[in-house]
Design a protein. Sequence first.
Length: 95
Amino acid sequence: MHIFAMPMTNRYLCKNRVNRKTNHLIAMINRLKSVLAEKQLTGKWLAERIGKSENTVSKWCSNKVQPSLKNLVTIAKVMDIEVRTLLCPSKTNKE
């Protein structure tokens, strides 16, 4: 399992996990589930605000499907955060 260090503005770790049924690696690309929890919001709340189904938001939260850039921008606006807060970094910072 790989753990990636987050930028200084983002204290939570993103990590890959393994699907127990297929034994395939699932990449953690977005932090939507974590950000909703940090703000004490639900997927249902978000779905209502952005005009998407709860099922769609659930798939985004579980990283089964990734939201488009347009949807990420909309989510960030609704949640009053920067888009990069919703994403896991693509590489680690080596100091």
